[in-house]
Design a protein around this ligand. Sequence first.
Ligand code: SF4
Length: 393
Amino acid sequence: MKKYETPLLDELEKGPWPSFVTEIKRAAEKSEMANDELGQLEKSYATKRGYWKHGGIVGVLGYGGGVIGRYHNLPEEFPGVAHFHTVRINQTSGFYYDTKSLRMIMGLWDTYGSGLTNMHGSTGDMVMLGCRTEALEPFFAEVSSRGWDLGGSGSGMRTPSCCLGQSRCEWANIDTMGITHHMTHHFQDEMHRPMWPYKFKIKVAGCAVDCVAAIARADCSIIGTWRDEIQQDDAEVANYAKDGMDIQAEIVDMCPSGCMSYDGKKLAINNKECTRCMHCITKMTKALAPGKDKGATILIGSKAPIVVGSLLSWVIKPFIKVDAPFEEITELIENIIEWWDDEAKPRERIGEVIEIKGMRSFLDAIGIKPQPQQISSPRKDPFFFWADEDFEK
Ligand code: SF4
């Protein structure tokens, strides 16, 4: 194999953090694809140019998504990366694997691909980087025969993802993994055969800490919450004070809705004004806990900047029960997608369509009433609409 000098990439190995360059070098010891990836990347850094040609129709039989075609502009110079397609494998809910499964997948990837992966992609899938066209079907046959499947890509449902929720986290208000598993199976056809104007992402977080960053990335965020009162243990509040916590400064003054007060003895919470942000609960883990009447807040519309700028999600449903078999929430998401599919132009995400058509027509179409929690940005304008009947009344 050709040995590449990589002075520019070597710079990225300096410092105390792990380096993707080190990992590519390790893979390059036994893979020509990974070796040429190293060479072409060094050239990119030197010339400040990208050499990937995006696209081309590649995939596996019966699937419209799950494989992203990638070809190189300089196939003679870097033959190992002439084809460098990405294969997305549907990740497990909560990203739990056993080592046997990981070894199996990586063994197959060493055989059929470059050996390089990205665990995990922004959508959530296991991203297998670098496969030749003729190796796609054999790799897929091996993986799928062992019970694994491709994830979503293109203009369809993207692989739903979630935090690890109730499996390990005391703050999880909903069964994030159960919901994700259900949504993945329910929208299987829409994941594997993209049929919409553009992508649609569902992410599920067990609480407002939002470890999957759903609020910034998902077209539809399902965030666990509660509608009764924060559970409070006054003796533990006193212990925090005794141990030196400045409850006024660290808890009360940090509350975004100003719903708390502390008189030096008793922490009082006006639960009606609480926005369930989780700040106090995450600071006083022994004293405070989410309420017992649990469910989810549904938000809509976030995305990274492509057609217009980036968007954060808006709350459209402050509280909904989400217990198995998840019928109510599934119906709501189906209604949302149906409206978007009817109204959107190609490559418009749902947040953009709501901006263009207006929150009013969106809420009307999906049958959700305007509520004070539906705001365009925090502590600012509510989406409140006057209809003709209101004036008549
Ligand atoms: Fe726990 Fe909340 Fe993070 Fe999920 S989002 S892992 S429930 S803190």
